[in-house]
Design a protein around this ligand. Structure first.
Ligand code: CAA
Length: 284
């Protein structure tokens, strides 16, 4: 099965990046948002990111225009998924919301279409079980910034077929990404390894071991990480980090995943990182 037309549900940070990479690789994309302003915002973000690639001479103006012409915005899920080969869901990390979205998708998408979730923490098996096609349901987990990061974590739910794995693996390769297949356990591999590191960095601040800048300098200069763990936590969103840690903690029942009280307090205070203007650092 060749993926030629895709619907991406959600045009936020991850959704617009996912649209960007599909469209840049010649695949027709239906971008679904709930309001016209949000669809316009997603399209203008994609246009700006493509502009940045033109400035860096990674693509030319013609490729930018062609990429944009491959994206069609929709405000209605049923209409958007009618004739697609693949649906990638990238709505906020809320099980009930995703379940509602997939109920609509499942009803309207062609029988052969594969349904994928970009979730970073919700069980693929549990989401798949809410649809009538669990064997065609899979995790396709991209990383922020999507146009830059090479990884796609391909998450195999309990009933995901080998054929769905093959199609999504080949599709990720066609996007210039490196797919890695993992089984469906809390946090998959990416967040099971990343989040305890971020949590431990927050404990270092909480216990007064070092200031955020110094924790980040240690990991940037000593471990060659492009961003320190606290800068990265702000970039990901402190609420998202807390949600994922809670999924690990609840899923494994292991106290090693206990979210640091400082993280909980910052989220309670609305200090969510880049998106709220303040987290471990301040942003304009
Ligand atoms: N679209 C297109 N290109 C982009 C971009 C975007 N949104 N954002 C950055 N870029 C490009 C820049 O144009 C630049 O290109 P060149 O190399 O050709 O110059 C390159 O990326 C680097 O960007 P900058 O020079 O602006 O900044 P930088 O060197 O500080 O890199 C970064 C920024 C790529 C974000 C880098 O700091 C990095 O890799 N950080 C770690 C990111 C990371 O770990 N992401 C995973 C988060 S976890 C997740 O997403 C999933 C989850 O489940 C929580």
């Amino acid at each position: 099965m060749d993926i030629q037309k895709v619907a991406v549900i959600g045009g936020g940070t991850m959704g617009n990046g996912i649209c960007h990479v599909f469209a840049m690789n010649g695949i027709a994309v239906h971008l679904v948002e709930t309001k016209q302003e949000l669809a316009d915002k997603a399209l203008s973000t994609i246009e700006n990111n493509l502009g940045r690639m033109v400035d860096k001479e990674k693509i030319d103006v013609g490729q930018k225009e062609e990429t944009l012409s491959n994206i069609q915005p929709f405000l209605n899920i049923s209409k958007a998924v009618k004739e697609v080969d693949l649906v990638v869901e990238a709505v906020p990390e809320n099980f009930e919301l995703k379940k509602k979205v997939f109920a609509e998708v499942d009803k309207a998408a062609p029988k052969k279409a594969i349904l994928a979730s970009n979730t970073s923490s919700i069980s693929i098996t549990k989401l798949a079980a809410t649809t009538y096609r669990p064997e065609q349901f899979i995790g396709m987990h991209f990383f922020n910034p999507v146009p830059v990061m090479k990884l796609v974590e391909v998450v195999k739910g309990l009933e995901t077929s080998d054929e769905a794995i093959r199609v999504i693996t080949e599709t990720a390769e066609a996007l210039g990404k490196n797919p890695v297949e993992v089984a469906d356990y809390p946090g998959f591999v990416s967040n099971r390894v990343l989040m305890p590191m971020i949590n431990e960095a927050i404990y270092c601040v909480y216990e007064g071991v070092a200031e955020p800048e110094d924790v980040d300098s240690v990991m940037k200069l000593g471990m060659a990480h492009p961003m320190g763990p606290l800068r990265l936590a702000d970039f990901i969103g402190l609420d998202v980090c807390l949600d994922i840690l809670n999924v690990l903690h609840d899923g494994f029942k292991d106290p090693k995943y206990r979210p640091c009280p400082l993280l909980v307090k910052m989220v309670d205070a609305g200090k969510l990182g880049d998106k709220s203007g303040e987290g471990f650092y301040e942003y304009d």
